[in-house]
Design a protein around this ligand. Structure first.
Ligand SMILES: *[C@@H]1O[C@H](CO)[C@@H](O)[C@H](O)[C@H]1NC(C)=O
Ligand SMILES: *[C@@H]1O[C@H](CO)[C@@H](O)[C@H](O)[C@H]1NC(C)=O
Length: 182
């Protein structure tokens, strides 16, 4: 009697564990390669665009409109919106810095935090690092997701960026974050 009640509960435990594992796999594999995919847009008011610029020089060793002058340091605090339009909902902020780290002055090293302020990731953040090239609009480039906080604890992955719209005061980039916790 005791033995027969032990076996079903053990099997039940196995079933529950298997179901939980299946659910976790299904959630994670709902995107290519099992990565969670988030898309949002970086809205920047560019360097030199006046008092409302969201990018400023911290160190300006060389004249360069791109901030990629060797030795220059820029600091930025851009808005993240759910869409490319300037009135689309705000989802967070992109706060960080860039260093002109290339002698050829064709890229900068960026180190930044995507801080979510709305939606299901409100209060959580992603930490990122990588090169930002001086390149034509539409160029896709990749940076590393090195960690996170809140719902993104232990996150890693990669971020693909494409600048999709530019005016003489603004630059708007599409950000695609591919995140894994493995
Ligand atoms: C995000 O979270 C903060 C802190 O909990 C809260 O004050 C704020 O209202 C939230 N924002 C949105 C848009 O939900
Ligand atoms: C930027 O473009 C607007 C028109 O879109 C123009 O009125 C303005 O003078 C330009 N500013 C600069 C600094 O070129």
């Amino acid at each position: 009697m005791a033995a027969s009640s032990v076996i079903p509960s053990f099997l039940l435990f196995l079933f529950v564990a298997a179901a939980a594992a299946a659910a976790a796999t299904a959630a994670a594999s709902s995107n290519p390669n099992g990565y969670m995919h988030l898309r949002f847009y970086n809205h920047e008011r560019i360097l030199g665009s006046g008092p409302s610029a969201t990018v400023v020089y911290a160190v300006q060793r060389r004249d360069s409109n791109s901030g990629a002058g060797f030795g220059n340091v820029i600091v930025y605090d851009n808005l993240l919106r759910s869409g490319v339009e300037t009135d689309s909902p705000i989802v967070g902020r992109n706060q960080g810095m860039g260093v002109g780290s290339s002698l050829a002055e064709n890229s900068g090293l960026t180190n930044f935090q995507l801080v979510f302020t709305a939606g299901k990731y409100n209060g959580s953040s992603l930490a990122l690092q990588g090169l930002f090239p001086v390149a034509p609009l539409g160029t896709v480039f990749e940076r590393a997701i090195t960690g996170g906080t809140g719902k993104f604890r232990l996150a890693r992955g990669y971020l693909l960026t494409t600048e999709v719209r530019a005016t003489n005061t603004t630059l708007t980039g599409q950000l695609d974050a591919y995140i894994t916790f493995r």
